[in-house]
Ligand binder design. Structure first.
Ligand SMILES: NC(=O)C1=CN([C@@H]2O[C@H](COP(=O)(O)OP(=O)(O)OC[C@H]3O[C@@H](n4cnc5c(N)ncnc54)[C@H](O)[C@@H]3O)[C@@H](O)[C@H]2O)C=CC1
Ligand SMILES: O=C1[C@@H](O)[C@H](O)[C@@H](O)[C@H](O)[C@H]1O
Length: 346
């Protein structure tokens, strides 16, 4: 079997992480090209990984392509990973669709619901699913086990979901609405997926902010999602927690509850303390989830399919986040304006 030849657009934190993953830990795939306006960064990564022993059947020889659209259109690129900033996704996704290239697009799909819906419609017109969105939590073994437990019916009907999402720190440029669109968007997807329902209404509250953020930034935030099927979810998102990376989820159902993310891996007792380590960031906490996500995507592309969150999931999340940003400014519940799925996708 020949390797899937992958090009990565944007090689900052996530793109570089995915590049390492493709080269070192993904079977049936080979990294052939990277593109980033920071050409020095792209050159350094390409030369480092071209020399690396790989997991594919042939070694990666990685070239730098200056124009991301040229990378997407290149004949020797079979599939694309988009790890550019969200504002660049729409144009790059349309290019992938135009060239018929399967694409794993990091969240968010695009920055607003209207352009996300245009992406969904353009893909639908093609008649095949080429876009998978990088909501990697669906591939995390703990989240996956929780999903299977809820779907089994053992606990009865899920009623509530309590979520905690904390980052150690984010730069001063990380504004209040980005906490909704970039961070809370993960819980938006988790709630839709675990509770098997669209979110019909969202309220985002903000307590008096932590003193770790610049004036005007609302961190932490606390949101309530009302699901179309009557269930509810809440989420605390706190992106300047200072301590470490922490993601937890508790599902409450009619006959029991289940919690994931307690971080009870290795517990040590030393120097007068007991406990475990807190990951610094998502790349450590969700390392295995990203590995599984990318490996399964590569295999699905080989079958001409996707195997994970679709463009519709990306659009639905964008529509919820848009309502969430509006709610953040008023503190009032906002009804999510979601297109009729049947009317869009038939
Ligand atoms: N699934 C997850 O847990 C995570 C997903 N992300 C997502 O990954 C994407 C990238 O985020 P990070 O790597 O954290 O950002 P970053 O800022 O570390 O890297 C972005 C890279 O894209 C490059 N870039 C800027 N404009 C570009 C353009 N028009 N075309 C191509 N490249 C361009 C920058 O030079 C930079 O190297 C975002 O969509 C973000 O939301 C980020 C962190 C975690
Ligand atoms: O997607 C991610 C980042 O973009 C976001 O900024 C973080 O808050 C999330 O924890 C991480 O998973």
């Amino acid at each position: 079997m020949t390797d899937l030849r992958i090009g990565i657009v944007g090689v900052g934190a996530m793109g570089a992480d995915h590049a390492e993953r493709i080269v070192r830990r993904t079977s049936g795939a080979r990294l052939v090209a990277v593109s980033d306006p920071d050409t020095a960064r792209a050159e350094e990564l390409a030369s480092r990984l071209s020399a690396a022993p790989g997991a594919g059947t042939s070694p990666s020889v990685v070239r730098v392509v200056t124009d991301p659209l040229a990378l997407i259109g290149a004949r020797d690129v079979d599939a694309v990973i988009l790890a550019s900033p969200g504002f660049a996704h729409a144009e790059q996704l349309f290019a992938c669709l135009e060239h018929g290239k399967p694409v794993l697009c990091e969240k968010p799909l695009t920055m607003d619901a209207a352009s996300s819906l245009q992406v969904v419609e353009a893909e639908h017109k093609l008649g095949r699913q080429l876009i998978q969105v990088g909501f990697m939590r669906r591939f995390d073994p703990e989240y996956d086990a929780l999903k299977q437990l809820l779907d089994s019916g053992e606990l009865g009907r899920p009623l509530l979901l309590h979520n905690v999402h904390r980052n150690k720190a984010n730069g001063p440029g990380f504004r209040s609405e980005m906490i909704v669109r970039d961070s809370m968007v993960h819980e938006v997807d988790v709630a839709r997926w675990l509770l098997d329902s669209e979110i019909s209404k969202i309220t985002v509250h903000a307590p008096k902010p932590t003193s770790s953020v610049p004036e005007g930034v609302l961190d932490p935030q606390f949101a309530v999602f009302e699901m179309a099927n009557g269930a509810m979810a809440d989420v605390e998102v706190f992106v300047n927690f200072q301590v470490g990376y922490e993601v937890r989820c508790e599902a409450v159902a009619e006959r029991g509850s289940a919690t994931i993310g307690l971080g009870s891996g290795v517990v040590t007792r030393a120097a007068g303390h007991w406990g475990g380590a807190m990951p610094e960031d998502f790349r450590i906490r969700f390392d295995l989830a990203y590995d599984i996500e990318v490996q399964r995507w590569v295999e699905a592309v080989g079958r001409g399919e996707i195997d994970g969150p679709s463009a519709w999931d990306g659009y639905a999340a964008a529509a919820v986040c848009e309502a969430g940003v509006e709610s953040l400014s008023t503190g009032q519940p906002v009804t999510v304006d979601l297109a009729d799925r049947q009317a869009v996708l038939g």
